[in-house]
Design a protein around this ligand. Structure first.
Ligand code: GAR
Length: 194
């Protein structure tokens, strides 16, 4: 058995699919949601699903710089108390520091709505749809200190149909995320529980 924590910042459609998939899993468990925005819809989705929510509180230091290390140091002991084996980022829009990376080495997954290394960053979905790329898709990768730069675990793609509406392509990308990420997470948890 292995346990994961999902980190998310916003809507939580991926979170919902992960939550459902792990509720049905006979072995692995979703320990909690970690969220940096108390008003994000994902918080209510977690609470309705019976998943505990841990806040991740970012503050600015005296120089006005976002203090990511202190926020991470605050949540790590809580994750350890919940016996979390790995972290799953699902629309978590923050970079992390070595503090969190070293607490979960090679145990942090992220999903990104483009075929990395194309279109990294917070506008990855919009940038890939606005591009001339013939293939669109998603990437699931291990997290490192960079922005959407860690080793790729899985990519899924589709060929664009000429004249497709951007909304339709956006939906295709999200559907790929929702069907692929829960499966890859369960496979990753399998490898952790040996
Ligand atoms: C997803 O499309 C995810 O791939 C993306 O945020 C969206 C969250 O949607 N993540 C990134 O862009 C990370 N760089 P959701 O809140 O409905 O799951």
């Amino acid at each position: 058995m292995a346990r994961c924590a999902v980190f998310a910042s916003g809507n939580g459609s991926n979170f919902l699919h992960i939550q459902e998939s792990l509720h049905r899993d006979p072995v692995h468990q979703l320990a909690c949601l970690v969220c940096d925005r108390p008003d994000a819809p994902v918080v209510q989705r977690a609470l309705r699903g019976g998943t505990p929510v841990l806040p991740l509180v970012y503050q600015r230091d005296a120089a006005g710089k976002l203090d990511r290390r202190t926020a991470e140091r605050g949540v790590i002991p809580l994750l350890q108390r919940l016996q979390v084996d790995c972290l799953v980022f699902a629309g978590f829009m923050r970079l992390i520091t070595p503090t969190l990376l070293n607490a979960f080495p090679d145990r942090i997954l992220n999903i990104h709505p483009s075929l990395l290394p194309r279109h990294p960053g917070a506008r990855g979905l919009a940038d890939s749809i606005a591009s001339d790329d013939q293939q669109l898709g998603i990437t699931i990768h291990l997290v490192d200190e960079g922005m959407d730069t860690g080793p790729v675990i899985c990519q899924q793609s589709f060929t664009r149909v000429s004249g497709a509406a951007p909304e339709q392509e956006e939906q295709q990308i999200h559907e790929l995320e929702h069907t692929t990420y829960p499966r890859v997470i369960r496979e990753f948890l399998d490898t952790l529980s040996g």
